[in-house]
Design a binder for this molecule. Structure first.
Ligand code: ADP
Ligand code: MG
Length: 274
């Protein structure tokens, strides 16, 4: 068989076998292996390794896309010095993902701007890299969806899809109170995940105030019971990172800016008190 004909056939087979990296690199790898005097098994081994790595990378990209993070954040860009109240050791342990095998939950609790969503996203992003299926929701977004799905009789389908996920992020519990139907549907999600799917919940509310969001003491009690049975709690009680950053940026304006920052902080605190 002539060289061109065998190359054409080989390329056809590699396509059929869905080996895109081999297809792209078999010729250049042959040049490298010839110059390294590598034997045939080594050539095949190097190609197989490339194919596998690329396949894992593509799968991780698909999982990140399917998770629907609003913004991707990783631990590399998190400054622990700026938020010394966060238990760094626990964050690093959770990044390894063993809590997911044990179906444990994580609660991030603290004021606005203290990096809760950042850390929740970084943990969930790491889970995607480790081969886990993840889904990110803001609590309000999820409740709106649940109400819509119920209306369209699509709820069971939605729950079936969620069952395939190993980690669900529920971001911003407590910013907007749920109505009765919304609270029950939210409870249903938490209840179905119990000991089956891990949850990461972020909130600005201490437990005592959860009843205000859920609207019912009975439901809040049952939700907390399930959520907190196997839980890791990360507390952030420092200053807002955003506020701190803007203070640094606008420093020359001195007193006027300080006054604005104090007003902003007070209004954030008030929002959180609600
Ligand atoms: P929260 O969810 O607690 O309100 P976010 O995680 O949304 O806060 O943080 C607000 C912004 O500040 C985001 O852009 C986030 O990346 C950034 N941020 C917060 N804390 C830190 C930190 N310690 N290091 C780096 N960036 C941070
Ligand atoms: Mg947030």
């Amino acid at each position: 068989m002539s060289g061109t004909k065998s190359s054409l056939l080989l390329e056809h087979y590699l396509k059929q076998l869905k080996l895109p990296t081999d297809l792209r690199e078999y010729a250049s790898m042959a040049v490298v292996c010839t110059s390294d005097r590598a034997d045939y098994p080594t050539y095949l081994l190097r190609l197989a390794e490339r194919e596998l790595l690329d396949r894992e990378r593509r799968a991780a990209e698909r999982r990140v896309k399917a998770a629907r993070f609003p913004v991707i954040k990783t631990l590399d860009s998190f400054d622990f010095k700026a938020q010394s109240s966060i238990n760094q050791e626990l964050v690093r342990e959770l990044m390894r993902g063993e809590y997911l095998d044990r179906r444990e939950n994580v609660l991030l609790i603290g004021n606005s701007g203290t990096g809760k969503t950042h850390l929740a996203t970084a943990l969930a992003f790491a889970a995607c890299q480790q081969g886990r299926r993840v889904r990110f929701f803001t609590v309000t977004g999820l409740v709106t969806r649940l109400l819509e799905y119920r209306e369209d009789r699509q709820l069971e389908r939605f729950h079936k899809n969620l069952e395939r996920v190993q980690l669900i992020v529920l971001d911003e519990l407590g910013y907007v109170p749920c109505n009765k139907a919304g609270a029950e549907l939210l409870f249903d999600v938490v209840s179905r995940t119990y000991e089956r799917t891990s949850l990461i919940v972020t909130t600005n509310l201490p437990f005592e105030q959860w009843t205000e969001v859920m609207g019912s003491e009975r439901l809040t009690g049952a939700l907390l019971d399930r959520l907190t049975h196997h839980i890791h709690i990360l507390e952030a009680n420092g200053e807002s990172y955003r506020l701190r950053q803007s203070k640094h940026r606008v420093k020359p304006q001195g007193a006027a800016f300080e006054a604005a920052a104090v007003t902003a902080k007070n209004s954030t605190d008030k929002t959180e008190e609600k």
